[in-house]
Design a binder for this molecule. Structure first.
Ligand code: PRP
Length: 207
């Protein structure tokens, strides 16, 4: 599956509206973001491949299925952390890697400050999560690093995406599906998504 997929489930749309609300306090913002991320990953993993396997029930042997590949979750720090717990609730056996990227305020250029990834990324289905896709600079840096490290099967999961960021990712990585709960109008002069929900990292952590 490729392309941009807007997941328009009623529960996601309801919670996204509450996440956009400036009056939503950090503890509520955290809970809502985790919930939305869990609902989104259900759709974002719909096309994961499974293979046949056998299983012994308490009564007899039968045929079932299991995921063909291991799943690696990669939250982009900091804000991606807000999606991790909700997604782990659905895929508790997933491995977790981390990429720390900070957008410099004046240039909007993203720079790495942390990396922790398992070896052998070729064997994983990799789900990269970050609530915001703004200019796309952070997403491109993350995708560049992951493909350089061997990742072949990648999916991006965002809460809110700007058309600018979508274009950037689609033009360099046309085969990577981008899942989002909304495509917003665009960016302001400071690179903030409009109408957006503010700075997700700041709203999650209050700093
Ligand atoms: C924000 C956001 C994304 C990035 C999006 O992170 O969480 O990672 O900016 O912008 P881009 O598409 O223009 O790169 P920020 O750098 O503010 O770090 P934080 O998550 O620690 O708040």
């Amino acid at each position: 599956m490729t392309g941009v997929i807007v997941i328009r489930h009623p529960l996601i749309r309801h919670n996204l509206t509450r996440l956009r609300d400036r009056r939503t306090p950090p503890q509520e913002f955290r809970r809502l973001l985790a919930e939305v991320a869990g609902l989104m990953v259900y759709e974002a993993t719909r096309s994961l491949r499974v293979r046949r396997c056998e299983v012994e029930t308490p009564l007899e042997r039968t045929v079932g299925c299991e995921l063909e590949r291991e799943v690696l979750l990669v939250p982009v720090l900091r804000a991606g952390l807000g999606m991790l717990d909700g997604i782990l609730r659905l895929i508790p056996h997933a491995r977790v890697g981390f990429l720390g990227l900070r957008r410099e305020e004046s240039t909007l250029e993203a720079a790495f400050y942390h990396e922790s990834l398992p070896a052998g990324l070729e064997r994983f289905e990799v789900l990269v999560m970050d609530p915001m896709l703004a200019t796309g600079g952070s997403a491109l840096k993350a995708l560049d690093r992951l493909t350089q490290a061997g990742a072949r099967r990648l999916r991006m999961i965002h809460l809110v995406a700007a058309p600018e960021g979508i274009r950037a990712v689609r033009s360099r990585y046309p085969r990577v599906p981008v899942f989002t709960a909304a495509i917003d109008r665009g960016l302001n002069e400071r690179g903030f998504i409009l109408p957006g929900l503010g700075d997700a990292g700041d709203r999650l952590f209050g700093t």
